[in-house]
Write a protein that binds this ligand. Structure first.
Ligand code: NDP
Ligand code: 2IT
Length: 447
């Protein structure tokens, strides 16, 4: 039945089964491209239809979310949870609140999460959820009412041993707190059903910082493998949310200089570098005032480029930390022309397939999101462990574990991706993530 497992044939079937879901097709293509040759060499995976099963979520829920705005209007959004794969642990993955959220976006993110969570070495399956709700411009009370209405329905599908959501774009500490409060209220249960919680009710130190820190660690690991380091390097970062903020903090600690930041309205270019004081301003601007990044340019008297992305600025290292497909082929060519030596993805699938091709053909170091941004979910896993044993570890302990996990992920990528001295981190991450999940699925039989 599966004898014709060519990439073309497989993708044609996937596209037919999932019409119009381009970002999902893209995410699957990137993985299928790496793993199909391996599956053809190890036909037990082919004969058991592992890739076909891995690309079909276990189940997806969509639901109506009804809430009332401050003016008394009844508002309706759509909520989702895609439970992708629980072969190696309970479903685990973030919730995204953004107007662009639809089933295709959550399927791409849930699929990526399967490999990412496997790479962390921790026992976590994969899932993703969220809503097309736009938190921008909403009052705190409106966000609270939305989160409560969303959890009213989501609570039916999740649980501390079933499915443990966390944050993603538009979902930070404030939203997690409202949702956790509502879950606790509905279920009469105080349990670690969400990660990214505040410290007062079961959160973990370092979780807020983990994705950004982990991404900077991964870049340092890639550079060190080549006998190089981040010290003295000029860095381009996109985004200005959770991942970008703490990626900058760790880059600064490792001796790099960050000169750009962005949001959906444009990017700032600060050639003097975004130091700790300026970063504190950014964190307050984005998490407390919920303002626009253009305010940074006004405050520090630097350039703001409306509607543009930062990849045209000369720099050594690039860290896309905003959203999917924010770095295309032309951007990749520009980075190369400007002497960039490495790209490390803080966001999920920020580079297009064509961009990755350009970067890898030029033998740049390229750290794909499923490896480079796995630090966030890894510390979520450690938050689950702490909740289970009802203890809280210190920041030093947790940062040490995070660093160790990122090193292990790097090693896995090298094991499966190194050829003639060049590490294909895309192939390494895809294969390294695939094998554990595939073996578990084989062991379970046909489910
Ligand atoms: P935040 O909501 O904190 O920040 C998102 C940032 O990206 C903001 O600067 C936002 O700008 C910008 N952005 C979002 N959508 C777009 C868009 N369509 N076009 C341009 N800019 C956009 O999210 P996070 O920092 O948590 O997430 C960033 C990325 O990292 C996402 O890809 C996410 O999936 C990924 N990620 C997050 C993890 C986490 O632990 N939080 C873990 C692993 C990956 P604006 O303010 O204008 O909307
Ligand atoms: O994309 C991701 O890995 C996240 N948004 C974090 C998921 C988590 O469960 O911490």
């Amino acid at each position: 039945m599966y004898s014709d497992l060519s990439l073309e044939h497989f993708m044609a079937g996937l596209i037919k089964r999932n019409p119009g879901e381009e970002v999902f097709h893209q995410a699957v293509y990137e993985v299928a491209h790496s793993v199909i040759p391996y599956i053809l060499d190890n036909t037990k995976y082919r004969d058991a239809g592992i890739l076909e099963r891995m690309t079909e979520p276990d189940r997806s829920f969509t639901f109506r979310v009804v809430w009332e705005d401050d003016a008394g209007n009844i508002r309706i959004n759509r909520g989702y949870r895609v439970q992708f794969n629980n072969s190696i642990g309970p479903y685990k993955g973030g919730l995204r609140f953004h107007p662009s959220v639809d089933l295709a976006v959550l399927k791409f993110l849930g699929f990526e999460q399967t490999f990412k969570n496997s790479l962390t070495t921790l026992p976590m399956g994969s899932g993703k959820g969220g809503s097309d709700f736009n938190p921008k411009g909403k009052s705190d009370r409106e966000v609270m009412r939305f989160c409560q209405a969303f959890m009213q329905e989501l609570s039916k599908y999740i649980g501390p041993n079933t499915d443990i959501p966390a944050g993603d774009i538009g979902v930070g500490s404030r939203e997690i707190s409202y949702m956790f409060g509502q879950y606790k209220h509905i279920r009469q249960e105080f349990t670690g059903v969400l990660t990214g919680k505040a410290m007062e009710f079961g959160g973990s130190l370092i979780r807020t910082e983990a994705t950004g820190y982990g991404c900077a660690f991964f870049m340092e690991n890639m550079l060190q493998h080549q006998g190089d380091s981040m010290a003295g390097r000029t860095c381009l970062v996109s985004g200005s949310g959770n991942v970008a903020q703490y990626c900058i903090e760790k880059i600064n600690q490792l001796g790099g200089k960050v000169v750009t930041l962005s949001d959906s309205s444009g990017f700032i270019y600060d050639p003097d570098g975004i130091d700790a004081e300026k970063l504190a301003y950014v964190i307050n601007l984005k998490t407390v005032q919920r303002g626009r990044i253009s305010a940074y340019a006004e405050k520090y008297g630097c350039e703001f480029h409306r509607g543009k992305r930062p990849w045209g600025v000369p720099g050594d290292l690039a860290f896309p930390c905003a959203t999917q497909n924010e770095l295309d082929k032309t951007d990749a060519e520009t980075l190369l022309a400007n002497g960039c030596i490495a790209v490390c993805e803080g966001a999920n699938m920020p580079s297009t397939v064509e961009a990755i091709k350009v970067l890898q053909q030029a033998k740049l170091l390229f750290g794909p999101g499923k490896a480079a941004n796995a630090g966030g979910v890894a510390v979520s896993g450690l938050e689950m462990t702490q909740n289970s044993i009802r203890l809280a570890w210190s920041a030093e302990e947790l940062e040490g574990r995070l660093k160790d996990i990122m090193e292990k992920i790097h090693k896995t990528c090298a094991t499966y991706g190194e050829q003639d001295g060049y590490i294909d981190y895309v192939k390494g991450a895809n294969l390294g993530g695939f094998i554990k999940v595939a073996n578990a699925m084989l062991a379970y039989g046909a489910i």
